[in-house]
Ligand binder design. Structure first.
Ligand code: UDP
Length: 327
């Protein structure tokens, strides 16, 4: 099978590439290396089945031919991370919406009807105060132009672009609402909590818990997320559907900090920081973000294989290697 992965040098995309190369597929990654990095795919560059194009999806001149060569496309290219969204909302809006529009238009023009998965995000559930979310929950976005919601707006636009093309032209497009995903190669630079806490814990620095730490998240290991994305792409009944992907085990951010501290045998103290101090005026945090996965299971039979503690142990071991190789 010939696979095209946009954003394939990023955290999830590079694991997606690993997965398909291991299965004997041919993989073409396109990435502008803005938040993705070459080191995530360095181990694949010598594989005869792997092709990499450093290019921006908005202007890439090979997009049409790459799409026409693909049996399956994972569209993961996007500007992500709360800090980046607050810093550069213009880039978020243009990359995330115009890139998706250009890609789906090219799929339609190509006429080959490949399997397409478009990555959306649990951010679209917005400020909905539900304890857990299924795909029919209302999407509650704040009024008043708070930039924090720019990312959610772009992902919602992507979902509706995909719906529109899938329905009007009978294209084979599934939409994945990805909840928090964690694992090796995830960077804390753009604010993601698990790599940030791991980085702090192994260096015995204060662990920065925002708010009172009682907000909860559910973390899916990236290898489980990749399996779920493959199952979704392979499932004809998922075409034209929006489907949650994540993990149903929930943990408070304070408990997460304590777990990482314990697993790293760290001397770090927990340091509670107000949202205002952490993110500035613009910020609304979401109290809970747990997916209901009934639809994913019904469509694909998906079951998670990883537990959070094992993912954290692996991330700690890799972080220790980084420290040791630098010294
Ligand atoms: N968070 C934290 N300390 C950090 C980074 C994040 O307490 O150094 C909190 C953040 O406020 C949120 C949770 O961890 O409540 C998850 O944050 P992340 O940005 O990883 O994901 P998202 O908020 O998009 O679910």
């Amino acid at each position: 099978m010939h696979i095209l992965i946009t954003g394939g040098a990023g955290f999830i995309g590079s694991h997606m590439a690993d997965y398909h190369i291991a299965r004997g597929d041919t993989v073409h990654v396109v990435d502008n290396l803005s938040t993705g990095c070459r080191s995530n795919i360095a181990h694949l560059l010598n594989s005869p089945n792997f092709h990499f194009s450093k290019a921006d999806l908005l202007v890439w001149d090979k997009l049409q031919s790459a799409i026409e060569a693909a049996d399956r496309i994972y569209h993961l290219a996007a500007v992500v991370g709360v800090k980046l969204v607050l810093q550069d909302p213009v880039r978020v809006m243009s990359t995330n919406m115009a890139g998706t529009e250009r890609l789906i238009r090219a799929v339609h023009k190509g006429g080959g009807n490949p399997q397409v998965v478009v990555a959306s995000s649990s951010e679209v559930y917005g400020f909905n105060e539900a304890e857990a979310f299924d795909e029919n929950c209302d999407l509650v976005l704040r009024s008043g132009g708070r930039l924090r919601w720019s990312y959610a707006v772009t992902k919602l636009a992507d979902e509706y672009l995909a719906f529109a093309y899938a329905r009007k032209y009978d294209l084979n497009i599934a939409i994945a609402r990805l909840f928090n995903t964690v694992g090796p190669r995830q960077s804390g630079v753009y604010g993601m909590v698990v790599p940030t806490f791991v980085h702090q814990a192994v260096r015995h620095q204060p662990i920065t818990v925002y708010g009172d730490g009682q907000q909860t998240r559910s973390f899916s290991d990236v290898r489980d997320t990749v399996t779920a994305l493959d199952l979704l792409a392979s499932c004809p009944a998922a075409s034209g559907e929006v489907v949650n992907i994540g993990n149903e085990q929930e943990i408070t951010i304070e408990a997460l900090a304590r777990l990482i501290k314990e697993r790293a045998a760290s001397r770090s103290e927990l340091h509670f920081i107000s949202y205002h101090e952490a993110y500035g005026e613009e910020f609304d945090d979401v109290s809970h973000r747990r997916p209901i996965l009934d639809k994913l299971r019904a469509l694909t039979g998906y079951r998670a294989q990883w537990v959070l503690r094992d993912t954290i142990d692996e991330m700690i071991a890799l972080e220790i290697q980084i420290i040791e190789s630098a010294s």
